[in-house]
Write a protein that binds this ligand. Structure first.
Ligand code: AKG
Ligand code: FE2
Length: 221
């Protein structure tokens, strides 16, 4: 893997792509994801305490309760930050493609620094209150705040409590930023490193994901 200058790109655009080999095994790709993640910080285990977990689109009833996957199933997944319901969302995510599936579905990326908001919408990012749902640990929060460096944005777990909040959430959507968003068309062995404090990601746009697509993910704090 070419790791020389990925950090420069990561800092410049909020995410970067790398590639390993199209013939890599899932075990080797998983090890590559873990070592890249460890270079960036400390891995936060995912479901089942796995350091590198599989992301497989699934029927809504099979998905993790309360997750965006549970809400969308195979349908496109809107732009979001991962772990938006944590007090501090994970810093980076390393994702990799173990199997693109029969009808490859892209991952969409949107650097929040490129989103053009008017003055009222920018203000709403820090003032509009959302209910961030996380069971008994639910809390109220905003998309941005002066005293923290990360954005929090996931309409799967965040409900706008005002018209301003709903409006700014729409302004951050893929549909309103289609020319600024990037589309990563996966090949087996590809790796994406995402600055989750800055860059939003989602899955697909118009089409449903076909069964058989397998991504790997490690979260880093
Ligand atoms: O499958 C993808 O392209 C992204 C999935 C994702 O963002 C998620 O499961 O949180
Ligand atoms: Fe995600």
């Amino acid at each position: 893997m070419r790791m020389d200058d990925y950090r420069t790109t990561l800092e410049a655009q909020g995410w970067c792509s790398l590639s390993t080999s199209v013939s890599i095994t899932q075990a080797a790709l998983s090890a590559a994801v873990a070592s890249l993640a460890e270079e960036l910080g400390e891995i936060v285990p995912g479901r089942g305490r796995r350091r590198v977990e599989q992301i497989v689109p699934q029927e809504t009833q099979a998905a993790y309760a309360g997750s965006l996957s549970e809400q969308v199933g195979f349908a496109p997944m809107p732009l979001h930050t991962d772990t938006a319901h944590w007090t501090v969302p994970c810093r980076y995510m390393v994702m990799a493609c173990a199997e693109p599936g029969p009808k490859p579905t892209p991952t969409m990326l949107l650097d929040s620094k490129t989103v053009a908001l008017d003055a009222r919408q920018s203000a709403a990012c820090s003032t509009a209150v959302f209910l961030v749902r996380n069971g008994r640990q639910s809390f109220y929060g905003s998309i941005t705040a002066r005293d923290r460096p990360f954005i929090r944005f996931d309409l799967g777990c965040m409900e706008p409590l005002s018209a301003e909040g709903a409006e700014v959430a729409d302004a951050i959507s893929y549909q309103q930023n289609a020319e600024k968003a990037r589309r990563h068309n996966w090949q087996r062995g590809d790796v994406l490193v995402i600055d989750n404090w800055r860059t939003l990601h989602g899955r697909g746009v118009d089409d449903h994901t076909a069964p058989g697509r397998v991504l790997l993910r490690a979260m880093v704090r």
